[in-house]
Design a protein around this ligand. Structure first.
Ligand code: XMP
Length: 507
């Protein structure tokens, strides 16, 4: 498989570069910027991209790549900070400029190689504080904007390019064409990254493992797809357990059991441990403590199951690439944001090796794989749901009353979005509840009831998110239904904080 390696200098768009390239069927992987030349060679890349990043090349702690990477004689594309790195490395000058965010008109000065097929001018997305004041000798300007003279440059002899704008964001017109020009024309990479190919090679790899595999399935798309891939490889040497922790969406435990039993031939056991989880959570209101308790209890249930149904050599998980990055497992600049219990954290004495067939995969790719494996559409269109479930959606202590409010109100939010044909267009949607109460009037009576918060967000990969501008009529309908159908609720609010500074889940 041909590979493009993207060095991550910390831009919020670094992942997007890889995803865009994978969308046209070439494998791209994000690696930390300080990867050594020797490590990079192991990838056998067809080309290298330097991402953008928040630093200035002239600041003391500026991140620089291994200098041997510049001598590799491979096609190289620098984006934003990556562009400035190239200018700086080859003897040009970078200066602090007026910060420029948003779209600018890029005039194409040379529509060959990187910019071939892009004629005249395009709108290009800028997000930078520095710019190239003087380009290195041996380079020429191939595109400029009104304020940035060297917005796109190319080496005259080598396949090295630098662009100040971000071709990976949708706001750059023909940005995909520019990435395609680099990857397909300049690097000559083959479009051989397909989900059919991924399934085939993954199944082949897994079929070589020895011993039995234990896989916890949550009913979510990631663990389901992981289980189906492993099952395809080793059949009944895989045992799946589904733990009802009492923190699931309304009636989800019934739907999941039915889905597995009716659609797949995998070895499946459902365990109802809801009372144990809820007992352990009693009186706990700290978000990270709740997460820890749920994580520990999962492991406890798994261990008990393994003692009786083992021995197992492997524990399978549906960990995705962004989970790996966000959990700080990779050395990249992404800091730990919240602890995800589904990465790491297993006791040593359990002595299980971890099997994560989707570790290099993005969410949209999992959906494609799910479709190919015959997963019912209803499941792969379902929004992601956090491992600790309603424990992180309910603010404060998890009580039976708050659980019931969150479950029913969330169901109403989902139903109304489906009815308005918006469910598939938003990233996540739910209703949360805390301990705050507000006065309402029912008939002629004053009533002191709970406040429900509706949260609906748009996102591409959960790293950032924006609140969805839902039509007022729809919000009104959700609100009316929630206060009419749930006795304890008097007020309904809509959450209008984006990530950052908020997160998607309230806890
Ligand atoms: P936040 O709230 O951090 O969520 O913006 C980002 C995405 O991750 C999900 N999420 C979790 N998933 N274990 C999980 O498996 C967790 O502890 C956890 N916390 C948040 C959240 O639903 C969103 O999609």
């Amino acid at each position: 498989m041909d590979k493009i390696v993207v060095l991550d200098f910390g831009s919020q768009y670094s992942h997007l570069i890889c995803r865009r390239i994978r969308e046209f069927s070439v494998y791209a992987e994000l690696v930390p910027y300080d990867i050594s030349y020797e490590e990079l060679l192991k990838y056998n890349p067809k080309g290298i991209i330097f991402s953008g990043g928040p630093s200035s090349v002239y600041s003391e702690d500026a991140p620089f790549p291994d200098s041997k990477i510049f001598e590799m004689n491979l096609p190289l594309l620098g984006i934003c900070y990556g562009h400035q790195l190239i200018v700086n490395k080859f003897g040009g000058k970078v200066k602090r400029a007026n910060k420029e965010y948003g779209s600018s008109l890029l005039t194409i000065d040379n529509d060959r190689d990187l910019l071939s097929g892009i004629v005249g001018s395009i709108r290009a997305w800028m997000s930078h504080g520095d710019e190239a004041e003087q380009i290195p000798s041996g380079f020429k300007v191939i595109g400029h904007t009104e304020s940035v003279k060297a917005a796109a440059i190319a080496s005259e002899k080598k396949s090295i390019f630098g662009i100040q704008f971000h071709p990976e964001v949708v706001h750059t017109e023909q940005g995909i064409e520019i990435l395609k020009n680099f990857v397909l024309k300049v690097c000559g990479a083959k479009q051989d990254w397909t989900m059919e190919g991924f399934i085939e090679s993954t199944v082949e790899k897994i079929s070589k493992i020895e011993g039995n595999v234990l896989c916890g399935v949550s009913g979510g798309i990631d663990s389901t797809v992981a289980a189906l891939l492993i099952h395809k490889a080793i059949g009944n040497r895989l045992k799946c357990i589904f733990v009802n922790n009492g923190l699931l969406r309304l009636n989800e435990e019934i739907e999941i059991e039915e889905m597995f039993k009716n659609n797949f031939k995998v070895n499946f056991t459902a365990i109802n441990a809801s009372q144990v989880f809820l007992d352990k959570l009693e009186g706990v209101d700290d978000p990270e403590k709740k997460r820890m308790i749920v994580g520990e209890e999962f492991i406890h249930v798994f261990t008990e199951f393994a003692k009786i149904n083992g021995p197992f050599k492997w524990l399978a998980q549906g960990t995705l690439y962004p989970d790996v990055i966000e959990s700080g497992i990779s050395k990249g600049p992404a800091a730990v944001i919240k602890s995800h219990h589904n990465v790491g954290g297993l006791p040593d004495w359990l002595d299980l090796e971890i099997l994560e067939p989707l570790r290099d995969i993005y969410k949209d790719e999992v959906r494609k794989i799910a479709k190919l494996l015959g997963v019912p559409e209803k499941l792969f269109m379902r929004h992601p749901f956090p491992g600790p479930g309603l424990a992180v959606r309910i603010i404060g202590e998890v009580t039976p009353k708050k659980l019931s409010i969150a479950k029913v109100a969330s169901k109403i939010v989902e139903e109304e979005l489906i009815e308005a044909d918006l469910y598939g267009k938003v990233w996540q949607a739910y209703a949360s509840v805390g301990d705050d109460k507000a006065v309402g009037v029912v008939g002629d009576e004053r009533k002191y009831g709970n406040i429900v918060m509706i949260r609906v967000v748009d996102s591409i990969d959960a790293m950032t998110a924006d609140w969805t501008r839902l039509p007022h009529k729809l919000l009104e309908k959700m609100s009316n239904r929630i206060t009419n159908e749930i006795d304890d609720v008097t007020w309904v609010t809509y959450t209008i904080s984006s990530k950052p500074p908020a997160t998607i889940e309230p806890q």
